[in-house]
Ligand binder design. Sequence first.
Ligand code: AP5
Ligand code: MG
Length: 195
Amino acid sequence: MFNLILFGPPGSGKGTQSEKIVDRFGLIHLSTGNLLRQEIHDRTPLGLEAKNIMDKGQLVPDEVVIGMIDTCLEKHPEAKGFLFDGFPRTIAQAEALDKLLSLKKTFIRKVISLEVTEEELVKRLLKRGETSGRSDDTDETVIRKRFNVYKAETEQVAGYYENQAKLERIQGEGTVEDIFQKVSGCIETEMEKQQ
Ligand code: AP5
Ligand code: MG
């Protein structure tokens, strides 16, 4: 199995690059943001609870997202590998993921962090907010809150993987295609090591 994490602040291009990675490398895409938005769309009790939190730009409780990831891993026993997008976002989530994967006799191979300046991130998210229907994109206060939460709780997850020598930082500004070239180069290098 080849398991990859795409890491980075809100708006850094995780979702955009994930689609291309999944197409080229055949991994299963697990985005906790997308899974939560599906729960909201389906009006489940979990979705109703999550909406309140997401609209404020805060993080949904660890046990909720870890449970969702566990369920998805179970659903795909034959997967060639998983691409985690927007997860893990706290050290507790990273530790839980390591445990879940080790129960399946597998592990994280690489963590790619997309590096983008805050000015560019705000621009991208406000622009997306014009059409996305995502309520956490339309209000700049909520966008700033998401960045603050990222700095306070998520940024340190990069250090967690740096300590395991798995982190690769990639400049996330430029065209989507140029960034994808760099991302896929990094994945190919890592995959070659497997053989
Ligand atoms: P989530 O859905 O994960 O959102 P996010 O991390 O805030 O990131 P985004 O999806 O906004 O950005 P992205 O990096 O995917 O960028 P994208 O490709 O879309 O989380 C939402 C909420 O759910 C959280 O706030 C939290 O409440 C909750 N949640 C989710 N996971 C959780 C977890 N694990 N624990 C707890 N709570 C959790 O690109 C952004 C825009 O930029 C797009 O319009 C795109 O077209 C554009 N763009 C992309 N690349 C480029 C480029 N190279 N140049 C110009 N524009 C570009
Ligand atoms: Mg996303």
